[in-house]
Design a protein. Structure first.
Length: 356
């Protein structure tokens, strides 16, 4: 199955909550939505008196996603939503407009499944997993918190960038990022989170995240998968996706790594010398969705394609229409060929009958 959807709440959606966004995507005939964790404003606070003894999933005020608890040596994060809050705990609250509290988050995830809308979540776009400084710690927390949110939503995948090379030796950056991703996945598995963690191909040479770099991390860290951002890849490789065969070869390169539906982004793109300048509407530029549609019809992969175009849902629907059109043409061609073969077989049988 191929799913299409926008990167964020549709521009045409009258409401701006996640619930509104999911309902709008469904009404538009789309089947995917990538939630954008643009600003991860995290607040730490002590529990209110009436909150002591309650569980995270019972709190009605604020999106509390995690508890910090003193184990005698350090403050350890606890994320089980059924864990009771203690007086000396610190509550990690996210100031995030998608939902009011944890219980609502769970209910929204159930609604999405009922409407057959597959959810994913993109971490903040500025990440730095290679410098190993205070910012790196915050970025790792952002990914952990994205995992908690996506798990509560019963979402499929968390998508993240990894950051700049920061003037370091690329191998040092790669080692730092790999070690930090491995630490995140260790926590991820211990916490029992079900979404996959996807590493997105980057579109600029100074940003870590060529496809080969990502696949190398996938080889080394269990549970991590590649995310194909087609415009980023096209720009970074200076125009590598020019026909359907180029897309098919890309599918073949990542197919053994996906561990589920391949997650991808599509938009038009302007680029120079292997560096993305800006994303554009799909109809602009030399990255043509028609070629991807032909590859999809030929290979029939399980895939979710998110529109990161400035036109969001408009281009998501455009991709769906083009894919259906290419598929219809292939089916019609196959039917015509079959009918021709049947007619020829009848003609041969008639000739045999005449001979007899």
């Amino acid at each position: 199955m191929i799913r299409f959807g926008p990167a964020g709440i549709a521009l045409s959606c009258k409401g701006r909550t996640l619930k509104d966004g999911i309902e709008d995507v469904h009404n538009l005939g789309l089947t995917a939505l990538e939630v954008q964790m643009v600003r991860a404003n995290i607040l730490e606070r002590p529990p209110e008196e009436e909150e002591v003894g309650c569980c995270l999933c019972d709190l009605e005020e604020g999106l509390v996603i995690e508890i910090l608890r003193d184990d005698g040596e350090d403050m350890v994060p606890m994320c089980d939503p059924r864990m009771e809050i203690e007086e000396d705990d610190v509550l990690i609250t996210m100031a995030y407009s998608i939902t009011n509290n944890y219980a609502e988050l769970v209910n929204i995830g159930k609604m999405a499944r009922q409407l057959d809308v597959s959810l994913s979540l993109h971490t903040p776009y500025y990440m730095d997993l290679g410098a190993n400084n205070e910012l790196t710690v915050r970025c790792m927390d952002n990914i952990r918190h994205a995992g908690l949110l996506t798990h509560a939503l019963q979402g499929d995948i968390v998508v993240t960038h990894m950051g700049l090379y920061n003037g370091q030796n690329p191998q040092v950056t790669a080692e730092n990022i790999t070690n930090n991703i491995e630490a995140i996945m260790g926590w991820w598995q211990d916490a029992g989170l079900t979404p996959r963690l996807g590493l997105e191909v980057s579109g600029r040479q100074e940003v870590f995240g060529s496809l080969d770099e990502i696949l190398e991390i996938c080889d080394m860290v269990e549970g991590v998968v590649p995310v194909l951002n087609f415009p980023h890849y096209h720009a970074r490789e200076n125009g590598a996706l020019m026909d359907s065969q180029d897309f098919i070869e890309l599918f073949e390169k990542v197919s053994s790594y996906t561990k589920g539906p391949l997650h991808a982004h599509f938009a038009g793109v302007e680029y120079d010398d292997g560096n993305e300048r800006r994303l554009t509407p799909i109809k602009k530029g030399d990255l043509r969705f028609e070629h991807l549609a032909e590859a999809l019809v030929e290979e029939r992969p399980e895939m979710t394609i998110i529109s990161s175009s400035p036109l969001l849902e408009h281009d998501a629907m455009y991709m769906k229409v083009i894919h259906e059109r290419v598929l219809t043409k292939k089916v019609a061609k196959a039917l015509r060929l079959r009918r021709k073969e049947e007619d020829e077989a009848v003609k041969v049988n008639d000739e045999w009958d005449d001979d007899e």
